[in-house]
Design a binder for this molecule. Structure first.
Ligand code: KIV
Length: 280
């Protein structure tokens, strides 16, 4: 299993790969595929629970899904997202909630959204020995403040703010920073500038690591995905076709066939029926 030191060793030498997972089975598959580290993202609000955004996700949701992932990927470094309002109020609350996530899921690190504004939260959590990934650029918990999901850091002042945010989270003790939906050149600059790892999603192939939401990259839904998503499979069609075939086979009696049923000898069945009839 990789650990926080692996990120330092890998910087500039080896790209690390992260996918999201929210359940035991997907975590097992990610581990089997040799994925370096897993994110239990609060994106689970949308892709697992059907909310319109990540805002309704609770600590209980993150702990429930996070612990299932840790059970499925015992030898993989797991990062669990801190949900909206679990760290915004104070350093003390942030630390309490980060501690709960670590204790109750068994994961190795937490992630929170925000840069300079939340540097004191990152410091409080890392001072307690809990590794933190920061998340800047398009931070989905601020969707209402952004007025939608948009590329961030495109103007001079927004790019300068993003650079300052990255420096602030590094100084506060984060061991990595996720850069979501930012221009490639800006992500490249930040990746060179920082000594901690950058994790790109809609950023640059020069980031130290990449992350994608697994439902997006596996084509789980027919919905349109962001420009930065590459589909490595079309599970939507595979699953819908399989469900349709199952429905047809049940309707026409082809399933379950001999090979999917269990046997009893004619003699045992006849005797069992006789025994019941005699008792009546
Ligand atoms: O919640 C999530 O899945 C994330 C990724 C998009 C980085 O934060």
């Amino acid at each position: 299993m990789i650990n926080v030191n692996t990120f330092k060793e890998a910087k500039g030498n080896k790209k690390l790969v992260q996918v999201t997972a929210y359940d035991y089975n997907t975590a097992r598959l990610a581990e089997e595929a040799g994925i370096d580290f897993i994110l239990v993202g609060d994106s689970l609000g949308m892709v697992m629970l059907g909310y319109p955004n990540t805002l309704p996700v609770t600590m209980e949701d993150m702990i429930h899904h996070g612990s299932a992932v840790v059970r499925g990927a015992k030898d993989t470094f797991v990062v669990v997202d801190m949900p909206f309002m679990s760290y915004q109020v104070s350093d003390e609350e942030a630390l309490m909630n980060a501690g709960r996530i670590i204790k109750e899921t068994g994961c190795q690190a937490v992630k929170l959204e925000g840069g300079a504004k939340y540097a004191s939260r990152i410091k409080a959590i890392t001072d307690a020995g809990i590794p933190v990934v920061a998340h800047v650029g398009l931070t989905p918990q601020s969707v209402n403040a952004f007025g939608g999901y948009k590329v961030q850091g495109k103007t001079k002042s927004a790019a300068a703010d993003l650079i300052r945010d990255c420096i602030a989270v590094q100084e506060a003790g984060a061991f990595a920073v996720t850069l979501e939906c930012v221009p490639k050149k800006l992500a490249d600059y930040v990746t060179k500038l920082l000594h901690i790892s950058t994790i790109g999603i809609g950023a640059s192939n020069n980031c130290d690591a990449q992350v994608l939401v697994y439902q997006d990259m596996l084509g789980y839904s027919a919905d349109k995905t962001a420009k930065f998503v590459k589909k490595y499979a079309n599970l939507h069609d595979v699953i819908v076709d399989a469900f349709k075939q199952y429905k047809n086979e049940v309707s026409n009696g082809a399933f379950p066939s001999e090979e999917h049923t269990y046997k009893i000898s004619d003699e045992d069945l006849e005797n069992a029926i006789k025994e019941v009839e005699e008792q009546e």
